[in-house]
Every structure is written in C-alpha cells, then in structure tokens.
Write a protein that binds this ligand. Structure first.
Ligand SMILES: C[C@@H](O)[C@H](NC(=O)OP(=O)(O)OC[C@H]1O[C@@H](n2cnc3c(N)ncnc32)[C@H](O)[C@@H]1O)C(=O)O
Ligand SMILES: Nc1ncnc2c1ncn2[C@@H]1O[C@H](COP(=O)(O)OP(=O)(O)OP(=O)(O)O)[C@@H](O)[C@H]1O
Ligand SMILES: [Fe+2]
Length: 536
C-alpha cells in the first residue's frame, strides 16, 4: 500500500510518500521562518499556499518514478486535520481534498499529535508504550487505554517549545529558539529556576518569566540557557517516570520537535536505564513536524477502514488527541496494567521497602538530574512529606505515622498503612473518601500535590474501607482556589487515565469534596479541566 501524507499545522509545509511494503518514507519539506518574532498565522498560511503545491509536486514525481502500474500508484491521501493554526490547516485541508479527488482515492484525516507518537511506536516496534510528546505548541503524556489515547499528564499553560521560544524572543533571537538554547547551554553553568510539577501535569510560565528576569538581572545567557534546559527537561523526565510507574509499563517513546534536543533525549534515556525500561526516539526527520508521520499513521487508519468523506473533512484547530477513536489498534491491550510488586516497591521517585509494620522510603538520586537540582528536590520533598503527612493526621485524615526522617539521605521511616493501592480497588465509596480527605486538608491550608490512585492506600486493620493518603512530597501550604482545584484535577486525571468507566468514580469523588469543601474549588476544577491547552 502507498499513502501520500500532507502536513501544514504551523511552520512545516511537507508532503510524504509512505510505502508499507518496503517501510520507506520519502519526505519533502519547506519550512516557514519568520523574519522576526514568533510564527505569524497569516504569514504561515501564505507560506503554505505557495509551498504546499511545490512539495506535493515533488512527491508526485517520486510516486510516478517508483509506482507500479498506473501513473502514481497511490492508495490514499492523509492530512493533518489539527491541532494547529486555523489558517494553515485550511490551506492544507483544501490541498488534500483536491489531491484525493484528482487521484480518485480516499481521504484520511489524521490527528497531528497522535501522528507524533505513532511514528515512534511504529519505528520502535514497541507494543504499548507510554508516549511523551515534546513539541512546540504542546507537551503531554499519552497512553492507550480501551480504544483511546488517554492524556496521563500535560502542560497547564504553554507547549514546551513555545516556552523556550518565548524566552529567546526576549533575547531578540530569531525563531525557533530551541536549537539556539541547546547550543548556548553547552558553555553554561547551572542556574536555579522554578520547578513546577503537579502529579503528572506541569507548568512552564513561571520558569519562562524567571529566566527572562535572570537575564535582565545580569545572569550570563549561557547559564540561564543551561538552567532552563536542566529544569524543563528534568520536569518532563520526572512526569514520564511517573507515567511509567503509574501504568506499570516499561516502554517509553518520545516525539515532537523539542525531542531533537540531545539533552532531553539523554535524560530520558538515563531515567529509563535506571529503572530498566526501554526508550525510543525516532530520527530527527520524524521528530520535527513532517508529513512522513502523517503518511504512516494515515496508512494504519486507511487499513482499518478509517477514511473520511470530503464533506465531513473539516479541520479542527483544537483537535485533542483523546478525541480520536483509535481504530487501527482495536482490541489491543491497554497500557495501564496493575503494578503489583512484592518486597521492594519501585515508585517514580523513591524505593519503598516493607519492613514488618513499617516502610522505609528512600528518594534515590536521579542520574538524569543536575546534582544541584537533584539535592534540592530530594531534600525539600522529603521534608515536605514528613511535615504534611503529620499535618494531615492532625486534622483527621488517615495517613502513616512518621517515625524518622533523614533529609540529607532523602529517607523516611513511615508506618505501613493499607493493604493495596487505590489503583487496585477503585470504587465510588473510596473515591468519595478521597474527595472528603482532600477537602479537609485544603480547609487546613495545604494541598497534597500528587493525589493519584497510587498515592492512596486502602483496606487493612479490620477497617475494610479505610482510605489513607500517602506521599505528600509535592504538597505545600496554599489557600488559593486554583491550587486546590489543580489538586482535584490531578486525582481526576489519574482516575480518567486508568479506569474503564470513570464517570461514577469521578462523580463520587466530587460529591465527597462538595460535602464539606468549597464550591468555588469545584467550579474552578471545571474550568481547569475544560481549558483548551492548545496555544499556537
Ligand atoms: C500543532 C503543531 O503545529 C505543533 N508543531 C510544532 O510545535 O512543531 P515541532 O516541529 O513539533 O516543534 C517545534 C519546536 O521545537 C523546538 N526545537 C527544535 N529543535 C530544538 C532543539 N534542538 N532543542 C529544543 N527545542 C527545539 C523549536 O524551538 C520549536 O519550539 C505541535 O506539534 O505542537
Ligand atoms: N506508608 C506506606 N504504607 C504502605 N505502603 C506504602 C507506604 N508508602 C508507600 N507505600 C507503597 O509504595 C508505593 C510507592 O510509594 P510512594 O508513592 O510514597 O513513592 P513514590 O516514589 O513517591 O511514588 P510515586 O511518585 O509513583 O507516587 C506506594 O504506591 C505504595 O504501594
Ligand atoms: Fe508538531
């Protein structure tokens, strides 16, 4: 089978020919480079208008030269339907429809973000990996579950590339900034910047502002570039490790334009090596925006009968990856498996050793992180965990007793609580209890920071429905409605990412919170959950 792909969501006008027999992918691209500032949607669309016909003509020449039988020997035309910049998407959508009609072949509408990860899955041969997409306008972790790609974690503000590009615009550097930061960072020393991870979600806006302030305050550019990379990529690596831990999978695939960065790939590789997982990133031509990934996913969709009529083939600038029915993987096993490990438990951050009625939790140094950042995070989180675990107990929330703490070593000795993680026994009643417990600690003025189904323990001590909160390492004191809502959002995300039928569990959770909690927080939760994360 041979499929032509077209890509033009933002800057890359690109066409490709994919042959499923040989697995060869031929790509022709023409990049839009703004004279100054970031990408201007109208200019980018004008670029598409002239460049798309050219790259299509080149690909048709390749098709004519290599085809068997009839002129072009093409079975389908696939195109990026979104997400992306509306004016660009419309130009490319029109070109794709015209091409499919000219060739008299079906049209396939591809989600660009899923294409970024499917190309890695395809080329790695991995079965059911967790996928980190690190692109310009997006940043998220996806895992296949019951016919969809679920969003396990994502940016709460800008995409990772955009965060870096915003910083470089402040320096007056031309777009794209990512490769320039990578270059300058090679000569830099570590400079501390804010590190913001909430469960498997993360945020870049504070880092970008702090990096700009550091420049204005006279910190050498190369040091800020180095600190920026160390911080931003450590955050992405940490949330990837959390996703591996939460789903129990041992395969990670990387995609997106920022994945061309050597330091990001090095950190992810190191993290995977340290935990015995396999890591794969495709070659750079498949990482940055390109039509090859569109053609490859297009071929899988076409083989599954997933084509779209021209009349229904409108583009969608806000097309989310979890909206897509994953027709080409129908019936496959989900990434989420229930991790049950006897003896020493490997969390995302720590190793936990069970010792009778106690557990010894040690935050092991992470080889992927800069030592200064690693020391700071391990010490601060160990102290926060001890302090807030006890604070929660004092306001009546079941948590382990803290017997001992050694912040320098990152070690805690805690009471062993529960018989299972909530992930292994999700029920509405237990989710309701989690909602109640979170409302209690919020009223007391702090958040948990990472309330996932792995950080709730259930059962034991004759109290069949005891529900304990553990792992307060990402918690902090705050009375802000937004912070409280994000706490709820993290729990929602961990349930929605794992459960087959999350609806009743989430309703019970919210009802539990509503019983004593602040209505304004639930209102804000709906806003947080509904925020379209795509910012072109
Ligand atoms: C929706 C779509 O239009 C959008 N595309 C996009 O963001 O282009 P992509 O090729 O995936 O990524 C471009 C980003 O990748 C960054 N980038 C490129 N090389 C880099 C490097 N060596 N280090 C860090 N960032 C790099 C650029 O600075 C830019 O922000 C997306 O996938 O989010
Ligand atoms: N006090 C405890 N009693 C019983 N089991 C525990 C206790 N603390 C931790 N565990 C077990 O160890 C696992 C990992 O612990 P914890 O969540 O504290 O570590 P972590 O590395 O921070 O994990 P993650 O970052 O993945 O949430 C828990 O999911 C739980 O199964
Ligand atoms: Fe992209």
């Amino acid at each position: 089978m041979r499929v032509v792909g077209l890509e033009g969501t933002a800057w890359a006008a690109s066409a490709a020919l994919y042959d499923t027999d040989s697995d060869d992918v031929h790509i022709e691209s023409d990049a839009y480079e703004p004279d100054s500032g970031g990408i201007h949607p109208r200019e980018a669309a004008e670029h598409m208008g002239t460049a798309i016909p050219e790259v299509v003509a080149e690909i048709l020449n390749v098709a004519a030269d290599t085809g068997e039988g009839d002129a072009f020997d093409v079975d389908a035309v696939a195109f990026s339907r979104g997400p992306g910049l509306g004016p660009c998407l419309r130009v490319v959508g029109t070109a794709a429809r015209a091409l499919a009609q000219t060739l008299s072949v079906p049209l396939v509408g591809v989600n660009h973000m899923i294409a970024h990860l499917e190309i890695g899955r395809h080329r790695s041969g991995f079965d059911s990996p967790v996928c980190l997409n690190a692109s310009g306008a997006n940043a998220h972790l996806l895992g296949y579950h019951d016919g969809r790609y679920r969003v396990l974690g994502e940016t709460m503000d800008t995409g990772v590339g955009n965060a870096i590009d915003k910083f470089t615009r402040h320096l007056g550097w031309s777009h794209p900034g990512g490769p320039k930061v990578e270059q300058r960072a090679r000569e830099g020393q570590y400079h501390d910047l804010p590190y913001v991870v909430k469960g498997m979600d993360f945020s870049f806006s504070g880092i970008t502002s702090a990096a700009k302030d550091a420049i204005d305050g006279g910190v050498p550019v190369e040091d800020v570039c180095f600190g920026l990379q160390e911080t931003v990529f450590a955050m992405l690596t940490e949330v990837s490790e959390r996703a591996l831990s939460l789903t129990g999978t041992d395969e990670l695939v990387l995609g997106g334009g920022v994945a061309q960065n050597d330091r990001l790939r090095e950190m992810l590789e190191s993290m995977c090596e340290q935990r015995g997982a396999d890591f794969y990133a495709p070659e750079p031509r498949f990482l940055r925006d390109n039509a090859g990934m569109i053609a490859v996913l297009g071929a899988k969709m076409y083989a599954a009968g997933d084509t779209v009529a021209v009349a229904d083939s409108g583009v969608d600038p806000n097309f989310r990856p979890d909206q897509v029915p994953v027709t080409w993987r129908a019936g496959e096993a989900s990434v989420a498996r229930d991790p049950t490990a006897p003896g020493t438990i490997r969390g995302a951050e720590a190793t936990v050793t069970i010792d009778g009625d106690r557990v010894v939790k040690r935050r092991v140094p992470k080889a992927y992180r800069h030592p200064a950042l690693d020391d700071r995070l391990r010490g601060a989180r160990t102290r926060a965990e001890a302090r807030l675990t006890s604070a929660a107990r004092r306001v009546g929330v079941p948590t382990p007793v803290v017997y001992d703490i050694d912040p320098a070593e990152g070690t805690l000795i805690l009471q062993r609580v529960g018989t299972d993680d909530l992930a292994a026994g999700l029920t509405p009643a237990r989710c309701r209890a989690v909602g109640r417990h979170l409302s209690t600690i919020h009223t007391a003025g702090f958040v948990h920071g990472d309330p996932t189904t792995r950080n709730v323990r259930i059962g034991g001590d004759g109290a069949a429905d005891a529900v304990f909160l553990i792992d307060f390492g990402l918690g902090y004191n705050t009375d802000h409605v937004e912070d409280h809502a994000v706490d709820l959002h993290v729990f929602r995300g961990s349930v929605a990412g794992m459960a087959t039928n999350p609806g009743p569990l989430l309703s019970a959770f919210e009802a539990g919170y509503a019983a004593d909690g602040d209505e304004a927080v639930l209102d804000r939760l709906r806003e947080v959950a509904g925020r379209g994360r795509y910012q072109g």
